[in-house]
Ligand binder design. Structure first.
Ligand SMILES: Cc1cc2nc3c(=O)[nH]c(=O)nc-3n(C[C@H](O)[C@H](O)[C@H](O)COP(=O)(O)OP(=O)(O)OC[C@H]3O[C@@H](n4cnc5c(N)ncnc54)[C@H](O)[C@@H]3O)c2cc1C
Length: 494
C-alpha cells in the first residue's frame, strides 16, 4: 500500500445506518478524484466504507478543479453549478453551506462583431441580426419544418436546422459547435443536440420570450450558485471530509496498469512504480477515460475492443489564463465566441463570479479557451505564444487593453470532452460490454461512461455506484436518461 503524504482534518460526513442484511465491500479503490470519484467516496463514507482514491493531478476536482496563481483563482473553463437532481443539490449545500453563493448571470454570444444575449432573447437577436435577416431566419425555420418533417435527424446540423432553421443555425450554433468539436456539424451525432437542448425549438423559444413561460424558473437563467473560491473549493472540502472519515486520497499518481485476473481487477500500478491491491472482495470504481482504462488492462482485451476504443474520440482543451488589472474588461461571466476571425471559443472573467476569485477590486482573472486535438498546432504551441495569441484575440474582439495584462499561464487538459461523432454509439457499446465483463468494476463520471455530462451527472454516477456497493441497483450507463435533466426546465444548452 502506498503511503499518504498528509493527514487532513475536515468536517464530518453525515453517516447513514448500514442495513444489517448487507455487508459493504471490505475496500474500494477509486481511479480519479474528480466530481465522480469524490461523489462515490463521499457516499461510501456515509455508509462507513472507507476507500482509496488515486489521481494524477496535484489537486482534487478533475476538470472542475480550481488553480491558484498569484492571488487569482481560475477554474478549467467556467463552471456553473446547476442541477435538478435533489441528491446532488443537497450534497453541494451540505458541503459548502454559506460558501455556496448566488452569482448574477450574464452570458452573451459574440458573432458578426456584435454581442447577443445568451440564452437568446428574440428581440435582442432581431435587432442584432437586422430585420431582413430575421425575416429570412423565420422563413428558413418554416421551410426546415416542412422539408425535414418525415425524417429523423442523424446529425447535429440536421437536428438544429429542423428546430431553428438554417439561418439561426448558421449564426448561433455552427461556428461555436465546430470550434468545440473540431469537425463539421454534419458529422456530430444528433443525440448531442437532443441531450443538450431537449424540448426547445424556435417557436417555443419565441413564445416563451414574448408571452412568458410559466414552467420556466426564471432565476435559473438569471442566477446560479457557485462556491466562493471557485468550483474546486467544493471538491477540496469533499476530499477533506472523506479523509476525516478514514479514506485516503493519493495525488500526483498516474495509474499505469490495471491488473486483471480472470474476470476481476486485482490491483493497480502507478507510473512511479507504487502499486495498490484491490482485495479479493474489493471493488474498483473508475472515472478515468474509458479508452485509457481498456488500454491499461494487464490482460489485453480482444482486438475489436481495442479498435472500438481507438475510434472513440475525446476533444482536448486549453485554457490560457491571464491576470488583468484595470477597469472591468467585460461584465459577462463568460462570452461564447462564434466569430470565425478568432480561434478561441469562449472567454471568461472570474471577477464576475465572486470577488474572492481575484486579489483586488481592479483585478480580473481572464480565461481564453481553445478546443483542439493533441496533434493540432494549438496543442503543441509554446505557452508564451499561446498567451500572446489569447491577448491578441481579446484585443481584436475589443474587450481588453493589452497593456493591462500582467501575467499568464496555460493549462492543457487531455480528453476533456467525450465527442459524440456520428456512429460513436456502436464503438461505445463494444467497449462497454467488455468492461462490463469485469465483475468488480464500475465505470463512473464523464470520461469513464463516455457521457457528455456536467458536474451533477458525474457526482450522481459516483453516488449511485457507491449505493450499488451497499445493495442498491442502478445502471450507471443510463443515468442521464433516467434523471430529469437541466435543459427541460432551464432550456439552456451550455
Ligand atoms: C471547459 C469546461 C467547462 C465546463 N463547465 C461546466 C459547467 O459550467 N457546469 C458543470 O456542471 N460542468 C461543467 N463542466 C463539466 C465538468 O467539469 C465535468 O462534468 C466533471 O468534472 C466530470 O467529473 P468526473 O469526475 O467524471 O471527471 P474528471 O473531472 O475528468 O475527473 C477524472 C479524474 O481522473 C484523473 N485521471 C485521469 N486519468 C488518470 C490516470 N491514468 N491516473 C490517475 N488519475 C487519472 C484526472 O486527473 C481527473 O482528476 C465543464 C467541463 C469543461 C472541460
Amino acid at each position: 500500500m502506498i503511503a499518504e503524504a498528509k493527514a487532513y482534518k475536515g468536517s464530518a460526513v453525515q453517516v447513514v445506518p448500514v442495513s444489517s442484511s448487507f455487508r459493504p465491500p471490505k475496500h474500494v479503490v477509486i481511479l480519479g478524484a474528480g466530481p465522480a470519484g469524490l461523489g462515490a467516496a463521499y457516499e461510501l463514507a456515509r455508509h462507513q466504507t472507507p476507500c482509496t482514491l488515486v489521481d494524477k493531478n496535484k489537486r482534487v476536482g478533475g476538470l472542475a478543479r480550481t488553480l491558484e496563481f498569484k492571488g487569482f483563482r481560475f477554474d478549467i473553463g467556467p463552471h456553473r453549478f446547476f442541477t435538478k437532481e435533489e441528491r446532488v443539490n443537497q450534497l453541494w449545500r451540505e458541503v459548502l453551506g454559506s460558501e455556496f453563493v448566488p452569482v448574477q448571470r450574464l452570458t452573451r454570444i459574440y458573432y458578426g462583431q456584435r454581442f447577443f444575449h445568451y440564452p437568446l432573447k428574440p428581440l435582442d437577436a432581431l435587432v442584432g441580426l437586422g430585420i431582413a435577416r430575421s425575416i429570412m431566419a423565420f422563413g428558413s425555420y418554416l421551410y426546415a419544418r416542412m422539408a425535414y418533417r418525415r425524417r429523423e435527424a442523424r446529425s447535429f446540423e440536421e437536428w438544429i436546422t429542423f428546430h431553428f432553421g438554417w439561418q439561426l443555425y448558421d449564426a448561433f450554433f455552427k461556428t461555436y459547435t465546430e470550434k468545440v468539436w473540431g469537425i463539421p456539424c454534419s458529422k456530430i451525432a444528433a443525440q448531442w443536440a437532443a441531450q443538450r437542448i431537449r424540448g426547445l425549438n424556435l417557436w417555443r423559444a419565441a413564445k416563451s420570450a414574448f408571452l412568458g413561460n410559466r414552467d420556466q424558473v426564471r432565476t435559473l437563467t438569471d442566477q446560479f450558485h457557485y462556491p466562493r473560491l471557485g468550483a474546486g473549493m467544493l471538491y477540496e472540502k469533499m476530499a477533506d471530509r472523506v479523509r476525516s472519515a478514514g479514506s485516503h486520497v493519493f495525488l500526483e499518481r498516474t495509474v499505469e496498469e490495471i491488473h486483471v485476473s480472470g474476470n476481476r481487477v486485482t490491483g493497480i500500478r502507478c507510473a512511479d512504480g507504487q502499486s495498490l491491491e484491490v482485495e479479493p472482495d474489493g471493488y474498483l470504481l473508475s472515472s478515468i477515460p474509458i479508452t485509457e482504462f481498456v488500454t491499461k488492462l494487464s490482460v489485453r482485451p480482444p482486438p475489436e475492443v481495442l479498435a472500438a476504443a481507438q475510434r472513440l474520440k475525446y476533444r482536448d482543451h486549453i485554457t490560457v489564463n491571464l491576470t488583468y488589472f484595470g477597469p472591468r474588461p467585460f461584465p459577462d461571466n463568460w462570452i461564447y465566441v462564434h466569430s470565425e476571425k478568432v480561434r478561441t471559443a469562449r472567454i471568461t472573467n472570474y471577477a464576475n463570479f465572486t470577488r474572492d476569485m481575484t486579489p483586488d477590486a481592479d483585478a480580473h482573472g481572464l480565461t481564453v479557451e481553445y478546443f483542439c486535438f493533441r496533434d493540432d498546432d494549438l496543442w503543441k504551441m509554446r505557452d508564451d505564444l499561446l498567451i500572446q495569441l489569447a491577448v491578441d484575440e481579446l484585443k481584436s474582439i475589443g474587450v481588453i487593453r493589452a497593456e493591462n495584462v500582467r501575467d499568464g499561464f496555460v493549462v492543457r487538459e487531455k480528453d476533456a470532452y467525450p465527442a459524440y461523432y456520428v456512429g460513436y454509439e456502436s464503438h461505445l457499446e463494444t467497449v462497454r460490454n467488455y468492461v462490463g465483463s469485469l465483475v468488480n468494476v464500475q465505470m463512473i463520471g464523464r470520461g469513464g461512461l463516455f457521457k457528455y455530462g456536467n458536474q451533477d451527472h458525474a457526482v450522481l454516477t459516483g453516488i449511485l455506484a457507491a449505493r450499488n456497493l451497499v445493495g442498491e441497483e442502478h445502471d450507471l450507463w443510463f443515468v442521464h436518461e433516467e434523471s430529469e435533466y437541466l435543459e427541460e426546465k432551464n432550456r439552456d444548452s451550455r
